[in-house]
Design a protein around this ligand. Sequence first.
Ligand code: ATP
Length: 400
Amino acid sequence: MKIGVYGGTFDPPHLGHMAAARGAAERLGLDKLLLIPAGLPPHKALSGCSAPAEDRLRMTGIMADRLGLSIPVQVLSLETGREGKSYTSDTLRHVTAMYPEDELWLLMGTDMFLSFHRWHEPEVIAALAGLCVFGREAGDGPERFAAQRERLERDCNARVQVVNLPDLVEVSSTQVREALSQGGGRQWLDESVWGYILGHRLYGTQADLKHLTLEELRADSAAMVRAKRIPHIRGTEETAAHLARLWGADELLARQAAILHDCTKYFDLQQQLSTCEKYGILLDETEKTTLPLLHAKSASGIARTVFGMPEAVCQAICWHTTGRADMTLLEKILYIADYAEPNRRYAWAEELRQLIETDLDAAVLRGLEITIEHTAATGGKLHPRTVEARDWLLAHRKEA
Ligand code: ATP
């Protein structure tokens, strides 16, 4: 197996890192990529506005997921967890012990490559891994690396491969940190990494979480979920906004509810329960033990307490999984937008997409029936509130 090892301070990880990781993985034909945020890099004094190692690890985790590579990408905390200075030679010894049969390639940009001979134990590094070097600026062609390449091949017996990045992004973390502290920087960051930075007020950012713009709220919520869920959240938002315009609800509230409705989807049972406790969300016995029901409750707590959302939004999020008797218009809109958004590929989704245009209550009723049938078919636990919601609509809804 060919394994890429990409280390850096990742303070924060930016689009340049992502382009480099993607380009190197493709050009080297990697089978696996390891991302290793540095602890205390010997060659770089961490500046005053650096992020704590824990945050850099999490942001690197977000980057790993957002790379969208078909090979496994893993973040290792080898260096951030180590006391004192972290040397690449020690890290590579560790990685070699983990993968004794595999071929390692150390990924690095121009600056790292040109100073490589001054690193601690360069010959050990060169013996344990091939060196994959890529440019950071448009002028960094193979001629920029030629002399150093010759020197390292001669003195360290290094194997060097120069990779031409197809999507070079000329930026450094230093530039990004400076821009962030002055209210900019967004254009050099993946949306979710930016959202994480705002949410944790890193690098001197001053976002007031209770007054975020929709763009900021989208990014913050995206930082909490995996990449594969984001199209569904976007689809739900656009469908909810469309329904708000069509059926006379507040479009802003519909968007806010949709953006946050699944933000805790990847919390495990323990995180769900502790979040609900922290934000004073009461749970009944069924909810306490049914993971798929809990994200609606925990997300409503976060919407209210962390993001200061209006109560109508929090309620829509709270009931979006089970529904309830006598739902408000906004609650119905989020409930059915979640089912009918364009990324839903189930056979019944098309039926719902047609119904929402002509009869919202009929669509919600059909959604509730589908939940009841599906839960019975898969042996899941059905919350009685869903049956109450269906029965209420059956008794009260006016035929369109
Ligand atoms: P700082 O500005 O804080 O020094 P940086 O942007 O150089 O940070 P690091 O995390 O130190 O980022 O870099 C990790 C690795 O990624 C290094 O090998 C570096 O050469 C490479 N790299 C950084 N930015 C780019 C970029 N824009 N394009 C290609 N490679 C990059």
